[in-house]
Design a protein around this ligand. Sequence first.
Ligand SMILES: Cc1cc2nc3c(=O)[nH]c(=O)nc-3n(C[C@H](O)[C@H](O)[C@H](O)COP(=O)(O)O)c2cc1C
Length: 151
Amino acid sequence: MSCIIVYVSKHKGNTKKVALAMAQEINCEAKSVEEVSVEELEKYDLLGIGSGIYAFGMDRELKKLLKKIKNPNGKKVFVFSTSADLNGAKYHKGMKKFLQKRGFSFVGEFNCPGAYTGWFFGKKSLNLDRPNESDLKSAKDFAKSIVEKVF
Ligand SMILES: Cc1cc2nc3c(=O)[nH]c(=O)nc-3n(C[C@H](O)[C@H](O)[C@H](O)COP(=O)(O)O)c2cc1C
């Protein structure tokens, strides 16, 4: 069985760090959403889909890409994100619903805090040192557990 990780990381590269840590752990490729084609995705049994949380949800480009997969046929997908919110997994809800509706098989999710600077939360900056080594270790452990579970 084969796996690829696809990510969007447009604020500070936080999610890219998590994506690369996971990819290293489970020995697969990690590509940004612009770098990957739907034909390529169709070849894999397991997809890892990740992004920063932007305005209460995952990046729209991920759904756009996944929509192009005509026959998901139970293709396995895990979801991950980084967020200003310390408990950001709640923002996966829309993506999980979408995956279920399209016929993908959702196999797990991971979230950790990510650095944020701006005024969205009424504060100038949050989580400046995240993801840290411990977050990346948790991301690796998560990815490993998924692979052990599904393969
Ligand atoms: C435009 C924008 C909107 C955001 N909206 C949210 C949000 O709704 N909830 C949240 O927890 N974090 C939010 N964040 C913070 C990001 O999710 C966080 O900084 C994340 O780690 C960014 O990941 P990236 O560096 O991979 O893009 C937002 C950040 C930006 C730039």
